[in-house]
Each structure stands twice: as structure tokens, then as C-alpha cells.
Ligand binder design. Structure first.
Ligand SMILES: [Mn+2]
Length: 339
């Protein structure tokens, strides 16, 4: 349930949405199902309310979300930015997340901040922030419900995509009874088919993805008594398998999902920008590890970029990861695990 604070914020948000006549809706870079689904659903709702609406996102829509109605109307650049309109910023904990739209939003008079990140920094004129919501799409759903706006099939589908992707298909810890009730309402509204949608969102990947996966998993190596798993991908592998950058998304999880592995690492050899390093873990705080290397992230998912010869970078990162594992698993002292 919404706390009183969130209920009050919802009322203030509704007042502003009704009062303003035109809106620029913006979501975050490295788009996901929640950012795109929330953008499309709220955009359509505001249009139905007779408002002038434009949608922006400083990225192209990933292939797997391109089936969503209206996704082709999202502008990746600021030429169509309506300087007179209010800005609605969705699923962003701060304005940095809007990427190239940061300055355009910052000079907007009325900023509506709708988000569910616990780290949200309340940058808006109005801030509807509910960290208990599993997705921004869940906040949008309640907002539309409170405004008595009927859901169209495309709105229901967009919100279902938002909910199911931010909860990892209703499997992550953020999934609550309320999330399932929202999902049930969305499914019931327009006979959405969850089987077809989860195939589209989670299961079906194009052949180049599997050709890439084969190459990347071929590099798998284990260290530290099989507590550290390391895989490597490169631009070359992408080209050879005909895969796109987005095909690498989530590939790192294969390392972390190996039984007994504490930390998983994926190196991406990106000739132009150095070496990208991703970390996943079961219990070790890899955000500390990533920060030490100039990056950042969450306790169980973090990353950094390092320049330098691959051999040296790899050795250094593996050494630090093994130390992090031994610190965590041997509270009695720091021993170097065997390699
Ligand atoms: Mn989200």
C-alpha cells in the first residue's frame, strides 16, 4: 500500500498533470522495459486527456521493446523539445539519468518527477517517488486509476512490460502482493497473453545472440576454488556472430548463476573506450570493488571501465575480486585463495 506521504505526492502530481496543457516526457539512458513502458503508457494517457505530449529518450529503443505501440514516436534528440511544456521525468533517480536531455529538463519551469528508486534526489517541482513500488509502471498504474482514466490495450501492455521487466518476470525480491494485483488488473483489462509477452521479453533471442553466447561462454574460467567465474567478450566476437551490443545484456549473469560461485566477472574488450568490467555477486558487495576501480553500481551488480593492456587489467581485477571473496568468506583473516 502507498504510505500517506506517497498518497499526498500522488494528489499533488494529479493536480499538476491536470493543470498543465503540454508535456515533454523523458526517461533514462540505457533504456529498459520500465522506462519505455512508463513513457508510453503515461504519454498515451495524457494524450487522451487532451494534452500535447512529446516523448524523449536519449537512446534508441532496444529491439525487444520495438513491438510496443508508440515506441516509434520516441524522439532520441532534442529538436522537437517543446520549450513551453512541463517536463515529466520517469524512472530517473537524478537528472544525469536523462543523458543529453539533462540541460533541457533543468531549464524547465515545471518538472514532474515520477520514480521508484530509493536513491531519488527529489529534483522536481512535484515528486511522486515510491521506493516500495516494484516499477515506475506500478506508480503510473495507480496514478491513472486515481484519475479514473480507462486503460487502453496498448497502455495495459506497456505497463505490464514495465512491471514484468523490473521484477525479472516477477522473480526479484521487489515483487510484492501489490505487484501481482497490479499485474492481474493489467492482464484482465485486455486479455493480455503473459506467455507471448514473456517469450518476447525474456525467452526469444535472435540467433546471433546464441552464436555470441557460445563464443563468450567458451572463455569461461574459474578461480579461487571455483568461487570466481570470469568470461570475456570483445567487439570482434560481436562482429563475427552478427550480434549487437544489446545482445550482451544479461550475459554476465551466467557467471553468477553457477552454483558455488560468489562473484562473476565479464570483461568486454572495447577497443575505443578501453575495457569494460562487469561484476555480479551472490553476497559479496561488488559495488565497493567497482568503486575502488573507478566505477560504481549496486551491491550485487556493479561495473567499471579501465584502460590498459588486457592481460594486466585482467590480472589486477581478478586479484582484487579474489581478495573481496576471501574477506567475505573468511572473517578470521585475509588469506589468498588458491588459483
Ligand atoms: Mn524502474
Amino acid at each position: 500500500m502507498m504510505t500517506q506521504k506517497v498518497q499526498k505526492a500522488q494528489k499533488a502530481m494529479i493536480a499538476l498533470l491536470q493543470q498543465q496543457s503540454s508535456f515533454n516526457l523523458v526517461s533514462h539512458v540505457q533504456p529498459d522495459g520500465d522506462s519505455i513502458g512508463s513513457l508510453l503508457a503515461l504519454g498515451e494517457a495524457l494524450e487522451k486527456m487532451g494534452k500535447t505530449v512529446r516523448l524523449f529518450m536519449a537512446a534508441t529503443v532496444p529491439r525487444k521493446y520495438a513491438f510496443l505501440k508508440g515506441s516509434e514516436k520516441i524522439f532520441a534528440s532534442g529538436e522537437k523539445w517543446n520549450e513551453a511544456a512541463a517536463a515529466v521525468v520517469l524512472d530517473c533517480s537524478d537528472l544525469e539519468r536523462t543523458g543529453d536531455f539533462k540541460d533541457a529538463v533543468a531549464r524547465t519551469r515545471v518538472i514532474l518527477n515520477i520514480d521508484h528508486h530509493v536513491t531519488n534526489c527529489y529534483f522536481g517541482t512535484a515528486n511522486l517517488v515510491d521506493p516500495e513500488a516494484a516499477a515506475t509502471g506500478e506508480i503510473i498504474f495507480r496514478l491513472l486509476e486515481a484519475m479514473h482514466l480507462p486503460l487502453s490495450a496498448s497502455m495495459a501492455e506497456a505497463l505490464y512490460v514495465a512491471l514484468s521487466t523490473d521484477t525479472g518476470s516477477f522473480k526479484f525480491e521487489n515483487t510484492t502482493a501489490a505487484t501481482h494485483r497490479t499485474a492481474a488488473a493489467l492482464l484482465a483489462a485486455h486479455d493480455l497473453n503473459p506467455g507471448i509477452l514473456s517469450d518476447q521479453l525474456f525467452n526469444l533471442r535472435p540467433l546471433p545472440f546464441y552464436l555470441l553466447l557460445k563464443k563468450v561462454l567458451g572463455t569461461l574460467e574459474l578461480y579461487g576454488g571455483q568461487k570466481l567465474a570470469v568470461i570475456t567478450a570483445s567487439r570482434e566476437m560481436l562482429e563475427q556472430s552478427g550480434a549487437a551490443m544489446e545482445d550482451l545484456d544479461g550475459m554476465i549473469n551466467y557467471t553468477r548463476n553457477i552454483e558455488g560461485v560468489e562473484i562473476g566477472i565479464m570483461f568486454f574488450l572495447d577497443s575505443a573506450a578501453g575495457i569494460k568490467v562487469g561484476f555480479r555477486s551472490k553476497s559479496v558487495d561488488v559495488s565497493a570493488l567497482a568503486r575502488e576501480l573507478g566505477g560504481g553500481g549496486h551491491a550485487r551488480a556493479a561495473g567499471c571501465r579501465i584502460k590498459g593492456p588486457y592481460d594486466r587489467v585482467r590480472d589486477m581485477v581478478i586479484r582484487k575480486a579474489l581478495l573481496a571473496i576471501s574477506d567475505e568468506t573468511a572473517p578470521g583473516g585475509k588469506q589468498m585463495p588458491e588459483r
